[in-house]
Design a protein around this ligand. Structure first.
Ligand code: GDP
Ligand code: IMO
Ligand code: MG
Length: 459
């Protein structure tokens, strides 16, 4: 059986924690897209693990796969594995031969492009990990794949073709002398070849490279349970998100099939769990109709409008929820739950159930609001428009719920759903009704024991 974990909003919904909670019965955990732009947190027995590439099942000793849809920076992967080993874990991570490799020049180009865009205030606010440039090369059929790292001649030929093109882009398009860059060696064929070969050697030594599709077919044949761990979220999906303020992959449920080599029917016959943060956060630029307080540099128009009248509330939620980027440490923008966004997300993904996190973070507020619909050009919209220009002009129509008092997370998690404060349950049931999907679990704190499990997704 399969369970697919998908971010329903703008990333950082708490996917890592839910993979951990439901991971006990999984045999294999598969990342199907994204790269080290992801930062997934698992908190267990007072230990906090922040994972960028290693599938979150590693904390429970589950086998991890990075599927063909991922972009893999071997440097990050090895550092992460080494750090986990130092903490006494023994991560078993396999990487798809078909996954693309992030090389140093991709990171440098990510930075150069963002800086160029920032001159006209058009930057996306990427994580700077080289994600976009690597997927560009994949689509442009000039990428280096994991399998190439083990084939010296293929690798050399690829780099000899692609690196001169990158040098020309830096020099001609961006008018930068490569030798003036912090890492000029990123554009040197010999240096990159050596680096890539070293990656390949370690991958081979540790027997990490697999045909992921065949590997997963064998696992299914053997009756194993497979969990797909989405990174990022639906609204930063390159197709279904708010283009161009998106990442360059498909976090949505369809990506689980394409990005791992299993049939869509297999993914569709399992559970597809939408991970929802009880409010909304965003890292980077782009519209956010329910935003409460702005963040300098990320909130569009911040300089003209300032932080907004609800800044204090936004700051309170940010501090209570620990809303600082896992990868970059940037403060996250904070807003109310956005239902037009979530209706779109439920439609695109076909959620069979919801995991709603951070219900503890909202506790203690007098009232909790949700964006119920939008008004655009005098009309009411129930889902978000497909163009970002229109989305930016949407005004959220808010509905107000009575708040709920603080509660003891561990006790509530143990006693079950009915032990949640009544107003919190009302909020959750409203959400479940609107999205036509049952509540599978409720996050009431970051730890493994702080989730109210309503449904066992494997049954
Ligand atoms: P991911 O990228 O979707 O895995 O989420 P992140 O790890 O980037 O961000 C989620 C943050 O919220 C992490 O610090 C989690 O430990 C924390 N978290 C997850 N669920 C809950 C919850 O229900 N309550 C609280 N207070 N924190 C949570
Ligand atoms: P997890 O898996 C939140 C955002 C970046 C930026 C945009 C493009 O932890 O939920 P990229 O580096 O991917 O080209 O950046 O996407 N972004 C995320 N935001 N959570 C993430 O991952 C993100 N990964 C990328 O902030 O706005
Ligand atoms: Mg994250």
């Amino acid at each position: 059986m399969t369970v697919t974990i998908v971010g329903a909003q703008l990333g950082d919904e708490g996917k890592g924690g839910i993979v951990d909670v439901y991971g006990e019965a999984a045999d294999v955990v598969v990342r199907y897209q994204g790269g080290d732009n992801a930062g997934h947190t698992v908190v267990h027995e007072g230990e906090t693990y922040k994972l960028s590439l290693t599938p979150s099942g590693a904390i429970r000793g589950k086998q991890g796969i990075l599927g063909n849809g991922c972009v893999v920076n071997p440097n990050t992967l090895f550092d992460e594995i080494d750090a986990l080993r130092e903490r006494g874990l023994d991560p078993d991570v396999r990487v798809a031969e078909r996954a693309h490799v992030i090389l140093p020049y991709h990171r440098v180009l990510d930075g150069i492009e963002e800086r160029a865009k920032s001159e006209s205030d058009d930057e996306i606010g990427t994580t700077g990990r080289g994600i976009g440039p690597t997927y560009e090369d994949k689509a442009g059929r000039r990428g280096v794949r994991v399998g190439d790292l083990l084939a010296p001649e293929v690798l050399r030929n690829r780099l000899e073709r692609v690196i001169p093109q990158k040098r020309a882009i830096v020099a001609e398009v961006f008018d930068i002398d490569v030798d003036d860059l912090d890492r000029p060696e990123a554009f040197d064929v010999d240096a990159m070849y050596e680096q890539a070969r070293a990656y390949g050697e370690r991958l081979a030594e540790e027997d990490m490279v697999v045909n992921a599709s065949a590997f997963l077919a064998d696992a299914r044949e053997a009756g194993q349970n497979i969990m797909f761990e989405g990174a990022q979220g639906t609204i930063i999906d390159i197709d279904h998100g708010n283009y161009p303020f998106v990442t360059s992959s498909n976090p949505t449920a369809g990506g689980a099939a394409v990005g791992s080599g299993v049939s869509p029917g297999v993914v569709g016959s399992g559970e597809i769990v939408g991970i929802v943060k009880g409010y909304l956060t965003r890292v980077g630029s782009g519209p956010m109709p329910t935003e409460l307080g702005g963040v300098v540099g990320d909130t569009p128009g911040y300089d003209e409008q300032g932080a907004g009248e609800n800044e204090e509330l936004a700051t309170h939620i940010r501090e209570e929820g620990g809303e600082y980027g896992t990868v970059t440490g940037r403060p996250r923008r904070v807003g109310w739950l956005d239902l037009p966004m979530l209706r779109h997300s439920a439609r695109v993904n076909g959620f069979t159930g919801l995991a709603v996190n951070h219900i503890d973070t909202l506790a203690g507020l007098d009232e909790v609001k949700v964006g119920y619909s939008y008004t655009l050009d005098g009309e009411e919209l129930m889902t978000m428009p497909a163009t970002t220009e229109k989305w930016a002009r949407c005004e959220a129509n808010l509905r107000t719920f009575d708040g709920w008092p603080a509660f003891d997370a561990a006790t509530v998690a143990e006693e079950g759903y009915e032990a949640l404060p009544e107003n919190a349950r009302e909020y959750l049931e409203f959400l479940s009704d609107e999205l036509d999907a049952p509540i599978f679990c409720v996050g009431v704190g970051p730890g493994r024991g702080e989730t109210v499990v309503v449904e066992d997704v494997w049954e």
